[in-house]
Each structure stands twice: as C-alpha cells, then as structure tokens.
Ligand binder design. Sequence first.
Ligand SMILES: Cc1ncc(COP(=O)(O)O)c(C=O)c1O
Length: 391
Amino acid sequence: MISKSIAERMNKGSWIRKMFEEGGRLKALYGAENVFDFSLGNPDLEPPAEVLDAIRELAVDPPPGLHGYMSNAGYLSTRQAVAELVSRRSGLDVPASAVCMTVGAGGALNVALKAILDPGDEVMILAPYFFEYTSYTGNHNGVPVIVSCDRETLLPDLDVIRHAITPRTKALILNSPNNPSGVIYPAEILVQLDALLKEIPQTIYVLSDEPYNELVFDNQTVPDTMAHISNAIICTSWSKSLSLAGDRIGYLAISPRCEDFDRLIDAVPFCNRTLGFVNAPAFFQRVVEKAIDARVDIKKYEERRDLLLGVLRDAGFEVNCPAGGIYLFPRSPIEDDVAFARACARHNVTLVPGTGFGFPGYVRLCFATSQATILGSARAFRIIGHEFGLN
Ligand SMILES: Cc1ncc(COP(=O)(O)O)c(C=O)c1O
C-alpha cells in the first residue's frame, strides 16, 4: 500500500502532465501534425557546439576515474569554475567550498530545503509558481505558503509577503525569470525584499531558482539575486540554458553573506549524499566545466516567442511579451482557465491552465516547439478566439 500523503499528492496531479497526456491522446487520434502541443517545457534546441565538443573530447580521452565517485559536493575543478561564474555575477567572493554540484535545479532545491527545514517550518512560494515547489517542500516536512504576485504586473507584492511571514517562515523561493510568467523581477524589488527580510527576527533564506537566467530576450539582463539578497542560496541548472534537461546537471551556491554559512556548506553535501543523489552526474560535471560560458542560441527562442505572440494577438488574445524563459502566459478569455484549456483541447491545442501554477485566470504555452507547430496553430487559435468573442 502506498503512503496516504503520496496518494493524495498524486491525486492532485500536475496540470502540465495532464495536458501533455491529453496531447498524446489527441496525436494518436488525429495524427501528430494536426495537434498543437504547447504543454510541456522541454527545451527543443540541441545543446550548443561547445557542449557537444566537450562530450566528444571526454568520451575519446577521459580523465582517469571519470566514472567513479568523487566528493559529495562534486569535482573541485568544476566547483571552482562555478564559483568563479557566481562571483563574477554577484560581485562577491564566492569560494568553491560554497558550491555543490547537484542533480538539476530540482535536486538543488531539495538539498537546500532538506538542509534548512525543521518539521512545520514554512516555505513561502510566490504565485505563479513551478508546481513542484509544493511537493519539494512537503518532501522535507515543510509547509508551503502560497503568496500571490500582483494580478496585473505579475511582480512580487512586498506588502502581501510581509503579511504572510510568521515566526515559522524559514525560506522563500524566488524564480526569476519566472516560469510561467516570463517576468524578470527588477533589482529594486530584490533590494526591498532583502530589507524586509532583515526586519524579521529569524533568518529567512531566499532560494533562488534560476534555470531561465540565461534565456532572456531583447538584450535585457537579470538582476543577480546573490548581489542583492544577503541570505541567498542559488539553486539552478543547465537544463534550459544548455538544453541538458535529461542529463540532470545543476548546482547550489551559498552566498558568503548567508547566516550560518560555515554550517550550511557542510550540511549541503551531507544532504546531497543522504537524499541518495550521492553526487551530481560525473560526466556532465566535466562537460559543464569545459563549456561554462556557452548557452543555446537564444535568438531561435526569441523568434519563436515573437511568432507565437503574433499568432495569439492576431486571434485577439491579451498577452504580455515575456522578458525571459520559454513560455507565454496570456489571460484566459474566461475566468475559468481550466474550462478554457479544455475548450482549446477540443480544437487540438494543448496548453496548461494557470490553476496549475497557483494562478487561475491565465494559461501557459511553451514556445520551445517547432515553427511548424506555432504556425500550424494559427487557424485553431483564430477559431478559438472567435468562439470566445475575441475576434
Ligand atoms: C522554475 C523551474 N524550476 C526548476 C525546474 C527543474 O529544473 P531541472 O530540470 O534543472 O531540475 C524547472 C523545470 O522546468 C523549472 O521550470
């Protein structure tokens, strides 16, 4: 018999998975070319040449012991390369000892939460949010506290955050550029958040989940969380920036300004080990070390973003242009975003209701998909728009 709490969580399910499966069902019925699937955030660009070269070099000429265990925090040379990257971005002197290589951003978040939570501690999650945060928090006996961003700007509302803080608040998860909204949180908000957290008697760690950090458009930049927030722990990966989602490679970096820094740098590799990750994939630690400055061709994502924006706007949808990430987050034309997503599926278009991100009234579409899918969906979106009185 499986655990009651897991059974409960499985029942709630993930809207992304549900819609992805619905896409699969429709493809089997109508043929893949007649279904327009925008549900899953799976990067569809190949990794950049630097990554493919590094893979080849390592396979042909592997350093001794490449496939064995190493320190639970990862190879020292890889951690040094990451520490240099994080130091450059933050302007702080981040030592290699503050870096732990992880099994993706998901692994990093679980390790961070394991290291800091006592049972019943609260983790503040800003909606719209990546739906797994509640499970990750639950994994370590924490209590997720969902706090809504502003309904118009989709930016964190400092007053709402202030009111949601309790003596049990232990962490806040920040995700910018945001999945699903594509919004980048400006530096002023990070500065104000840091000031607010400093007023609170207990330490509140900010876990900065930033896998879309390198996927930003129109020459915009992402203000660095570690530069602006003292108790910052970066939890991130190369899943999106190098299209290595399946290879499960990421890192956790602890700000040298963090409260209890010395204990944290010991606790994190301990949790990496005892959660059963043991260490991040050895081969891909070496790969990212060699290709640390590479990233996928974001121009291609930018083109697709613009193409899908055009398709939706032509059909009459109200949609903001995302600054980063791989998603559009338009308003649902009716209040019930789940009903709207179901109506879209009737026209062979799959997208994810905002409800799946704790933010009803919106829907998410992933534009990391082929031009053919985007262009092919135009007719269906015009018909859907017409059905809902948008054109
Ligand atoms: C906001 C956010 N955080 C974390 C993850 C998990 O990333 P990873 O594949 O590195 O575990 C994702 C994946 O889609 C994501 O969108």
